[in-house]
Design a binder for this molecule. Sequence first.
Ligand code: PGA
Length: 243
Amino acid sequence: MAANWKMNSLPADAVELAKAITDCNWPDILEVLVCPPFTHLESLTRLIPRSFSLGGQHCSDQSSGAFTGEISAAMLKALQCSYVILGHSERRARYPEETTRLTAAIKQAINSGLQVIYCCGEPLDIREKGLERDFVKRQLSQDLFDLEASKMENLVVAYEPVWAIGTGKNASPGQANEMHHWIRELLNKRFGPDSHAVRILYGGSVKASNAEALAAMPEIDGVLVGGASLIPEEFQGIIRAFS
Ligand code: PGA
């Protein structure tokens, strides 16, 4: 269960929100991850019990140097992050030039010892034309296929159809399951058995009320949650659904 807080909350709110999440018990087999804004990481490092994982929402494709405003994978690692989200559709849309550096950022993150939550997913017009499989295949081959198979253990894929993000309109469990199956097939074809370690999350308007149906799908290993992760009862409901 990954919470993507995006650019929301102030450090003081973050502590409260994290505390509310810790009130919820979940079985050991479930991993709960919080990806707050960079500025909140340090305070959460001190507060969050180790049963939680922490993650960043982006990192640079460079290791260090004159890159004003950037955050390196090693900096995230030093703040006890174990994950970083890369390729989120909001960044792809706002900073399109960044996509050409996405593979390099993924490599930086993995080489720094982070797990990458790599996001992919089609916009609405592509879905309406029935071309979503081709679109996602192109994203995966452009961004991931250059990696070594041995790096698959550091990869999580989040399928997030753009039309479902923050819109209240989630993909049906069947649509998500079908795409996850396709992604699994593509990874298997390119990377072989090493890809079996990759977890595939669904993201896009996940809330407590639809989490159970998503959790019931065999190909859905977890969820990446935006808006609902900012509402303690909602996120707790999602954790319970997957528990
Ligand atoms: P949402 O965002 O849950 O608010 O749709 C998901 C995401 O962008 O990761």
